[in-house]
Design a protein around this ligand. Structure first.
Ligand code: SIN
Length: 304
């Protein structure tokens, strides 16, 4: 039997498969399809200090190899998250990671301060990469100095694992990864969506109300792999690979590029039980290849 455990910052996960924020609700919505106890971890939808209604419709469009979204961080706000959403996760034995965002450094810090006290929260994922909001989001994830200050401020609020979710919408991911590391991040997750757009040529209207949006799914997997590989060369932190993972073999590719774990996102919309199939695919690969520990695959690409 392969040892599937992986270490992400201060956390040990039972396996390397997590669900990506914004693709799996607050978790229990998927419990009819997925035994949540089997997941390495569950990352809840981004929460902010105040509730948000999100962007006007249409805010999702299917693409040939993926999906465009511009949800605009719609969420119930931190108080309802703590009172109504987190208690529903108490009975599950999987790591719960709260993803959060803000429009100012102070707002991020206040959400962290509130959320990190909850015993069901095992870690924090800081969203500095949403391309679909006017204030905050991407603005924090593209400037290394701003990012470093933000991560420092988040770090000072919690002893729990801090994961910083990076954007691919930068010229070079390495300075941003290094800034998150020097701010005190325990781990990085990458990538969030790639900026994209589409037009319905008959109506001449953009497919998404806000015109530009975030592209996810298999279309972005090679981009994500390259960013993970580059970040792995730049920082000595565990990385969580995200981007178009549709099966176990895709996940193994990310591990070999340098990720210690993966997040499954767009697949959850195609097959609500897809994340467990990814896990089973990793297990099958390890069994067939005689891999004793899944962590032995991390960065195992043969450079030739
Ligand atoms: C959104 O809410 O628009 C997507 C979230 C994200 O890209 O981080």
């Amino acid at each position: 039997m392969t040892d599937l455990t992986v270490r992400i910052g201060r956390l040990t996960l039972k396996n390397p498969v997590l669900t990506a924020s914004g693709t799996f609700g607050y978790g229990p919505e998927y419990a009819d399809y997925v035994d949540l106890n089997r997941l390495g971890g569950l990352i809840t939808k981004t929460i902010t200090l105040e509730p948000r209604g999100g962007n006007p419709m249409p805010r999702i469009a299917e693409m040939p190899a993926g999906m465009l979204n511009s949800i605009g961080l719609a969420n119930v706000g931190v108080e309802r998250y703590l009172a109504e959403k987190l208690p529903l996760l108490e009975k599950y034995e999987t790591a719960v990671i709260a993803n959060l965002a803000g429009s100012t450094v102070e707002e991020y810090a206040r959400v962290v301060m509130k959320v990190q006290k909850h015993p069901r929260v095992d870690g924090i994922e800081v969203n500095v990469s949403c391309p679909n909001v006017r204030k905050g989001g991407l603005a924090f994830g593209t400037d290394p100095d701003v990012l470093c200050e933000l991560v420092r401020s988040v770090r000072s609020e919690t002893d729990k694992t801090v994961i910083v979710k990076l954007s691919p919408n930068v010229t070079d991911i390495r300075p941003v990864a290094m800034a998150a590391a020097s701010g005190g991040a325990d781990a990085l997750s990458l990538i969030n969506t790639v900026m994209g757009m589409g037009i319905d040529i008959r109506t001449r209207k953009p497919l998404i109300s806000r015109i530009t949006a975030g592209l996810s799914g298999p279309a972005i997997k090679p981009i994500a792999m390259a960013k993970v590989y580059e970040a792995a060369q730049a920082v000595d932190l565990p990385l969580i690979g995200i981007g178009g993972i549709m099966n176990g073999e895709d996940a193994v590719e990310f591990l070999m590029a340098g990720a210690s774990a993966v997040q499954v996102g767009t697949l959850n919309f195609v097959d609500p039980a897809g994340c467990l199939k990814v896990l089973e695919g990793i297990e099958t690969f390890c069994r067939e290849q005689g891999i004793a520990k899944v962590s032995d695959l991390v960065g195992a690409m043969d450079h030739g």
